[in-house]
Design a protein around this ligand. Structure first.
Ligand SMILES: NC(=O)c1ccc[n+]([C@@H]2O[C@H](COP(=O)([O-])OP(=O)(O)OC[C@H]3O[C@@H](n4cnc5c(N)ncnc54)[C@H](O)[C@@H]3O)[C@@H](O)[C@H]2O)c1
Ligand SMILES: O=P(O)(O)OC[C@@H](O)[C@@H](O)[C@H](O)[C@H](O)CO
Length: 378
């Protein structure tokens, strides 16, 4: 079995590549990073090391790489024969990988009628659906009809903290021990892919929202509040009791939304929150607030981890969620010289003022109560 995976970065190598290898797939990584692809083709293997006391290591063997910038034909060929296609490139990159995937499916249509599933493993609701939309835009009506019949785009939720890497060997990846990969079984085509430890569910929306609005909202809150307070890592920030209480307050607000929407048990959800706070505190991981806070324009989007639960909270409880507003304000103040989105955000706020900037980013009107509250606190 062969899997073609787009994005040989932290989660690509440290989670998806590992699980696919352990499930018997030969993994072919596609990336635009020449150094990483060259190293994959030279070493043909790498290690995933667990960030715990034991530092247990797993070998991922038999891997290969394709530089999509230099060898697009090889990517098209790979997709035409793959048994599974996955991505972990970042939500905004999906539209850039879609044209090659579309070309690969066109080639597949000529010679291979085996159904295939394409799974986007990104931190967003509906990642595979969005990728599908971009792919279909590149096809004629006949090609699109073939894809609708033979290609599944099941959405998924992936959870494993993989920080930026500082290992001796370029390809090695240090990852937290916890991991969860949940896949929407209702959108699969053909036989269910054999992926060890992946959970196939019919109610993915509940899983993805629980993950995004708890792990990622909590992570973003820790990063933005930590950054404002002068902390550099997530573990340091969460050991600051005042910030920990603010993060817990934020997760109480998103928890109320999730419990109301999906009827989760309140005590079970509380345990889920506590486990996540424990993951943030892992002393064996150095995770920069700069990584976790990256791309603040995306994270402030109306469907993302801060504004989406804030709006749902207001709809459900007719009140402004004070903790979420506080985190949104901290996000609006996030600046990192290495993060282009944060520099654009800074410029936007300076040029237009915080209200118009936030309104433009979220699509909310200037007189929306959330915008007014954010402006007042800012
Ligand atoms: N790191 C984590 O803890 C984590 C956990 C769960 C989900 N995610 C999600 O996984 C995705 C990737 O995150 P990451 O942390 O691995 O980031 P990363 O930057 O480490 O990896 C992204 C990779 O995609 C590659 N890439 C960029 N443009 C490309 C293109 N056009 N074609 C092919 N490859 C391209 C980059 O070169 C890089 O190697 C994001 O959506 C993120 O939200 C990350
Ligand atoms: O990847 P992002 O930028 O959407 O979010 C940053 C982190 O919160 C994220 O990468 C987490 O580490 C991950 O989602 C844990 O499963």
């Amino acid at each position: 079995m062969k899997a073609t995976h787009f994005g040989a970065g932290n989660i690509g190598r440290g989670f998806i590549g590992l699980l696919l290898h352990q499930s018997g797939y030969e993994v072919e990584f596609v990336d635009v990073n020449e150094t990483v692809i060259d190293e994959i083709n030279k070493e043909k293997a790498y290690r995933v090391i667990l960030a715990n006391e034991e530092k247990q290591a797993f070998q991922v063997k038999g891997v290969s790489g394709i530089n999509s910038g230099q060898a697009p034909e090889a990517v098209i060929q790979a997709i035409s024969t793959a048994n599974l296609v996955t991505t972990a490139v970042g939500p905004h990159i999906l539209k850039f990988v879609a044209p090659l995937i579309a070309e690969g499916l066109k080639k597949r249509m000529q010679a291979n009628s085996q159904p295939v599933n394409i799974i986007a493993c990104e931190n967003m609701v509906g990642g595979s659906s969005e990728l599908k939309k971009h792919v279909l835009e590149k096809l004629t009506a006949d090609e699109a009809a073939w894809v609708q019949e033979h290609v599944g785009f099941p959405n998924s939720a992936v959870d494993r903290i993989v920080p930026n890497q500082h290992n001796e060997k370029l390809l090695d990846v240090l990852v937290e021990p916890f991991h969860e990969w949940v896949i929407d079984s209702t959108e699969l085509k053909g036989t269910k892919p054999d992926i060890k430890e992946a959970l196939f569910v019919e109610n993915l929306q509940a899983y993805i929202e629980r993950k995004l609005f708890t792990v990622n909202t909590g992570h973003a809150a820790t990063a933005y509040l930590g950054n404002l307070a002068g902390h550099t890592t997530i573990a340091d920030t969460i050991s600051d009791e005042k910030i920990k209480q603010a993060v817990l307050g934020t997760l109480e607000e998103t928890g109320k939304v999730l419990i109301a929407k999906y009827a989760f048990q309140a005590d079970e959800h509380q345990k889920y929150i506590e486990k996540i706070i424990g993951r943030f505190a892992n002393p064996n991981i150095i995770d920069d607030v700069q990584r976790v806070g990256r791309a603040p324009l995306r994270k402030l989007g109306a469907k993302d981890r801060l504004v989406a639960p804030a709006l749902e909270y207001m709809n459900e409880f007719d009140q402004v969620p004070e903790h979420l507003v506080n985190v949104i304000v901290a996000a609006l103040k996030f600046v990192s010289e290495e993060d282009q989105e944060s520099l654009t955000l800074k410029e936007k706020v300076q040029e237009k003022g915080v209200g118009p900037a936030f309104s433009e980013i979220t699509g909310l009107t200037l007189d929306h109560p959330l915008v007014e509250k954010v402006v007042a606190l800012y």
